[in-house]
Design a protein around this ligand. Structure first.
Ligand code: ADP
Ligand code: MG
Length: 254
């Protein structure tokens, strides 16, 4: 594949005796949108967390834009990076959580400029201008001075997306970004993600929104039991799944 942005290679991850990822391989091209589907407990969140090194892997490796994540290679050995270097790498990997995770004591604008100023040493004024542009992009220009608790769940999640974008990440990871929302608020968040997809942001989205996967993903990955069972274009995986496990899962969520 040309232009691979995210490369997950033979990743294994255990918690104690429980092997949660049992050899995952995944490539996402630059500008690509990959949707990951799979039953609860199949390892989707763990996979996302290994991609930004919130979890260490036991075997295998991950690279983003050709750079090894969490480790450096010397000869044929991998050495874990220092925490400071992990944090620096992580600024290039945006993460949007199910429960928004905004800073409750900061305004919307402050939520957006905190990391660019403290982690990237951006001048405050430039960070604020960029933050206002991002808020405009997610349709929340008028909420800059609000606190998270004053916003709906959908608005909070749009702020969380803008906050992730404020670090100009190479890739954005979404872990069930609409699962905590009331049904009528799901659409506004998916629309923002769709808009990002159309502007070439590289994304990996864990979601149960099959309609979104069909419309926005170029690749759909079905995970079960810590492995990728099948992957391909949405039309193939969603309409003509080759594996019984994929068919069984889809029959429950469609
Ligand atoms: P999914 O996101 O697909 O629902 P997860 O990656 O959250 O799946 O979890 C996969 C399995 O790993 C589950 O059995 C879960 O209980 C277990 N697990 C996840 N995180 C931890 C952890 N920090 N310690 C122990 N077990 C964990
Ligand atoms: Mg999960």
């Amino acid at each position: 594949m040309s232009d691979v942005m995210v490369d997950v290679h033979g990743v294994h991850k255990s918690f104690g005796l429980l092997e949660v990822l049992r050899g995952v391989d995944l490539k996402v091209r630059a500008g690509g949108v990959t949707v990951i589907l799979g039953p609860s407990g199949s390892g989707k969140s763990t996979l996302l967390r290994t991609i930004n090194h919130l979890e260490k892997v036991n075997r295998g490796w991950i690279s983003i834009d050709g750079e090894l994540i969490g480790y450096r290679r010397s000869g044929n050995k991998l050495h874990e990076l220092k925490e400071k270097d992990v944090l620096k790498q992580r600024t290039g990997i945006g993460f949007v959580f199910q429960n928004f995770n905004l800073f409750p004591h900061l305004t919307v604008l402050e939520n957006l400029i905190e990391a660019p100023v403290s982690a990237l040493r951006r001048p405050r004024k430039a960070a604020e201008e960029a933050a206002r542009r991002l808020l405009d992009r997610v349709g929340l220009a008028d909420k800059a001075d609000a606190y998270p608790r004053q916003l709906s769940g959908g608005q909070q999640q749009r702020v969380a997306i803008a906050r992730a974008l404020a670090l100009e990440p190479k890739v954005l990871l979404f872990d069930e970004p609409t699962s905590a929302l009331d049904p009528e608020l799901v659409g506004e968040v998916l629309d923002v993600i769709k808009d990002l997809a159309s502007t070439g942001t590289t994304m990996i989205v864990v979601t149960h929104e099959i309609g979104f996967a069909r419309e926005v993903a170029d690749t759909v990955v079905f995970m079960d039991g810590g492995v990728v069972v099948e992957q391909g274009p949405p039309a193939a995986v969603l309409d003509n799944p080759r594996h019984e496990r994929t068919r069984a899962f889809l029959s429950k969520v469609l």
